[in-house]
Design a protein around this ligand. Structure first.
Ligand code: PMP
Ligand code: GLU
Length: 397
C-alpha cells in the first residue's frame, strides 16, 4: 500500500536544503567543505535582539499568543511599513508566521484554487513553484535572462496574463539573481497590472535591506494596486535571524482574515519568544542592518571579481541579495576523467565532490544554465572557495 499522499509525492525536495545537507554530511566525515549553498547571513543575531528574547523568557511570555502574532509585534511591523516603505497597514492586516516561507505558502493556499494560474517571474526561489503545486495551482514560469537583467518587461508580462491568472509572484531584490526592479520599472509593470484588476500580486521583499543600488521600491506603493498586493517580509535576512523563524504577510483585510483562519487550524501562533525578539529588531537601533549590508556589498565585489576570473563563468553583477548566479553553460560537455558535465546539476555536484564547495544548481530556480553561490560568508572562505572552483574548472578537459 502506498502510504504517502500524491500531493507530497509530486513535490520536489527543497534544492537549497538538500545541498546544504549534503555539504553538512560531507563535513561530518572530516572534509573541509565550504558551503555556499543555503542562503543565510553568517552574522550572529545582534545582542539587543538576543537580550529581548532572554527577557521574554524571564517575563513568562510562554503562553499561546494570538494566532496572527502579538498585537505589539504587529504594531511594530505597521510602524516599519509606514516609516520605511510609506505603506499604510493596520495590525489586523498583518499575520506573523514561521518565516516568510510560511507566509508565502499561507497566502498561496488562501487565494489559489485548483487550476488557477500563478505567474512566477523566473529565475525564482526554489520554493515558489512547489508551494503553488501544494495549492493545486498551475505555476506559469515567465523567464527573463541576463540579457534582460533577469527582469521582465511590461510587454512580456502582459503577454503572459490569461483569464486564469490569479496571482503574480515577484521577488525584488531577487533570490537567486540579485536583480532589483527600480521604481520606474515597477511603474511599467503597474501600467499593465491596472488593466487586469483580478490579478493579485504577491511581493516578496525579504531581501529589501540587502541592496547595493539604494532603497528598493514595492508594487504595493502604487495606490492603484494597494488593495490587491500582499507584501511578504521578515527578520531572517535583515537581522540575521534565520533560525528564529519570524516572517509576516501584510495583506488586504479579507486575505489576512483567510490566512488567520488557516493558521488557527494548522499552526496556531509562532514562537512567543521569537516574536518578542522580532519586536526588538523592528523597534530597536537599525545600525546593525546597515553594517551587515556594507559587509555584503564588500563580499559581492570580492566574489564577483574572483568569479569573473574563472574560465567559462559568465557573471552578472547583482544589485541586491547575497548570491551570484553565473551562467556556466560554456562548461557543459566538458569532462573530468570520463565523467561528462552534461548540465549545471553535474557541475554543482563536481564542485562539491572535487572542490569541496557546495552551491545550488540553477535548474530548480528555473535557470538550468546557471549555478547559485551564496556569498553570505567570510571573505577568507570566499577567496578559498573561488580558488578551489577555478582549479576544478581548469581540471576539466
Ligand atoms: N523568500 C525568499 C526569496 C527567500 O530567499 C527566503 C529564504 N529562505 C524566504 C522567502 C524565506 O525566508 P524565511 O522563511 O527564513 O523568512
Ligand atoms: N532563502 C535561502 C536560500 O534560498 C534559505 C533556504 C530556503 O529556505 O530555501 O537558500
Amino acid at each position: 500500500m502506498e502510504k504517502i499522499s500524491e500531493r507530497v509525492m509530486a513535490l520536489s525536495p527543497s534544492a537549497t536544503f538538500a545541498m546544504s545537507q549534503k555539504a553538512a554530511d560531507l563535513k561530518a566525515t572530516g572534509l573541509d567543505v565550504i558551503s555556499l549553498s543555503v542562503g543565510e547571513p553568517d552574522f550572529n543575531t545582534p545582542d539587543h535582539i538576543k537580550e529581548a528574547a532572554k527577557k521574554a523568557i524571564d517575563n513568562n511570555f510562554s503562553f499561546y499568543t494570538p494566532v496572527t502574532g502579538y498585537l505589539s509585534l504587529r504594531e511594530a511591523i505597521c510602524r516599519k511599513l509606514k516609516n520605511e516603505n510609506g505603506l499604510d497597514f493596520t495590525p489586523a492586516q498583518i499575520v506573523v508566521g514561521n518565516g516568510a516561507k510560511q507566509e508565502l505558502c499561507d497566502v498561496i493556499l488562501s487565494t489559489v484554487n485548483k487550476g488557477d494560474e500563478v505567474l512566477i517571474l523566473t529565475p525564482a526561489w526554489v520554493s515558489y513553484i512547489e508551494m503553488v503545486k501544494i495549492a493545486e495551482g498551475t505555476p506559469v514560469l515567465l523567464y527573463s535572462g541576463p540579457e534582460q537583467g533577469f527582469k521582465v518587461s511590461p510587454e512580456r508580462l502582459e503577454a503572459a496574463i490569461t483569464p486564469k491568472t490569479k496571482l503574480l509572484m515577484i521577488c525584488s531584490p531577487s533570490n537567486p539573481t540579485g536583480a532589483v526592479y527600480s521604481k520606474e520599472e515597477l511603474e511599467g509593470l503597474k501600467e499593465v497590472l491596472v488593466k487586469y484588476p483580478d490579478v493579485l500580486i504577491l511581493s516578496d521583499e525579504i531581501y529589501e535591506h540587502i541592496t547595493y543600488v539604494g532603497k528598493t521600491a514595492s508594487l504595493a506603493s502604487f495606490p492603484e494596486l494597494k488593495d490587491r498586493t500582499i507584501v511578504i517580509n521578515g527578520v531572517s535576512k535583515a537581522y540575521a535571524m534565520t533560525g528564529w523563524r519570524i516572517g509576516y504577510c501584510a495583506a488586504p483585510l479579507p486575505i489576512a482574515k483567510a490566512v488567520n483562519k488557516l493558521h488557527g487550524q494548522y499552526t496556531s501562533n509562532c514562537s512567543s519568544i521569537a516574536q518578542k525578539a522580532a519586536e526588538a529588531a523592528y523597534d530597536g537601533p537599525q545600525d546593525c542592518v546597515e553594517e551587515m549590508r556594507v559587509a555584503f556589498q564588500r563580499r559581492r565585489d570580492l566574489v564577483v571579481s574572483l568569479a569573473k576570473e574563472i574560465p567559462g563563468f559568465k557573471v552578472e553583477i547583482p544589485d541586491g541579495a547575497f548570491y551570484i548566479f553565473p551562467d556556466v553553460s560554456a562548461l557543459f560537455g566538458k569532462k573530468f576523467g570520463d565523467k561528462v558535465m552534461a548540465n549545471a546539476d553535474d557541475l554543482a555536484m563536481y564542485f562539491l565532490e572535487e572542490a569541496l564547495v557546495a552551491s545550488v544548481s540553477g535548474a530548480s530556480f528555473g535557470a538550468p544554465n546557471c549555478i547559485r553561490f551564496s556569498y553570505a560568508t567570510s571573505d577568507a572562505k570566499l577567496v578559498e572557495a573561488m580558488a578551489r572552483i577555478k582549479k576544478a574548472v581548469e581540471n576539466l578537459k
